[in-house]
Design a protein around this ligand. Structure first.
Ligand code: NAP
Length: 250
């Protein structure tokens, strides 16, 4: 398989770190983008240990100028990025009547705005190469989840965004797909348990009881799906949403 340059956002930890490491194992060089450049060190070291090049880039994906600068730096240092994983995300959960405009806006800006800015900044490298892979992180919350009006709207929005980019970019050899994870053990799910005041083990047990495969997901489960979409042999798969949730979803 041809070695490419990949960008993974929110890759300092959690799902993004798992995805970045897997793309390194798959033979790609990887730009590890996160808010704080120093926090990317562990992911970068893990990729370099596999013999691939990696670059830590500090950038807020919701900031237009920061995104443009980050993508330019990746192109200069590693080469033209032709794989993009829009993974950076935040939660600002609350019931509708308590949700502030700021919490609504933050979630929209990071998930939807971030995916838009990163995709726009990288598409020119993909169309020039006549090859590209964009993978967006949606969520089972796109189907509706109490306390997540902002997050579920953004994650459902990402599915429409995915299908539209697939239509626009297909003629340039660029596929665009989305992965909608269910419950994955990361700092984000830990934060949800903390917010509702339940010990994580108890929170996890209750959720796992309702997952057909009877276990929680791990970042590697999502990384495996990203690896499939990023593979050059997956060029006829585009505009799809793959639920990776240990069972069917509604
Ligand atoms: P996580 O552990 O909270 O990691 C998210 C990473 O994104 C963090 O390193 C965070 O940096 C970074 N980030 C946040 N805002 C950013 C911004 N504006 N610019 C750049 N980086 C930013 O979350 P995760 O569980 O791995 O989730 C990764 C993705 O999967 C998210 O899109 C999430 O919505 C989605 N997802 C997760 C689950 C799950 O069960 N975990 C389920 C469905 C979907 P800081 O640490 O500095 O904030």
């Amino acid at each position: 398989m041809t070695s490419r340059v990949a960008i993974v956002t929110g890759a300092a930890r959690g799902i993004g770190a798992g995805v970045a490491k897997r793309l390194g194992e798959d033979g790609h060089d990887v730009a590890v983008v996160d808010l704080d450049e120093a926090s990317c060190a562990e992911t970068v070291a893990a990729i370099e240990a596999t013999g691939r090049r990696a670059l830590a880039v500090g950038a807020d994906v919701s900031d237009e100028a920061a995104v443009e600068a980050a993508v330019a730096r990746v192109a200069e240092t590693l080469g033209a990025p032709t794989i993009l994983v829009n993974n950076a995300g935040v939660l600002r959960d609350n019931l509708l009547f308590k949700m502030s405009m700021a919490d609504w806006q933050t979630v929209m800006n990071v998930h939807l705005g971030g995916a838009f800015l990163m995709s726009r900044a990288t598409q020119r490298f993909m169309t020039e190469a006549n090859f590209g892979r964009i993978v967006n992180l949606s969520s089972t919350s796109a189907l509706g989840n109490r306390g997540q009006a902002n997050y579920s709207a953004a994650k459902a929005g990402l599915q429409g965004f995915t299908k539209t980019l697939a239509i626009e970019l297909g003629r340039f050899g660029v596929t665009v797909n989305a992965i909608a994870p269910g419950f994955i053990v990361t700092a984000m799910t830990q934060a949800t348990a903390d917010r509702i005041g339940v010990p994580f083990e108890q929170f996890e047990r209750a959720i796992v009881n309702n997952i057909p495969v009877q276990r929680a997901g791990q970042p590697e489960d999502i990384a495996n799906a990203v690896s499939f979409f990023a593979d050059e042999r997956s060029g006829f798969v585009s505009g799809q949403v793959l639920y990776v949730a240990g069972g069917p979803t509604n």
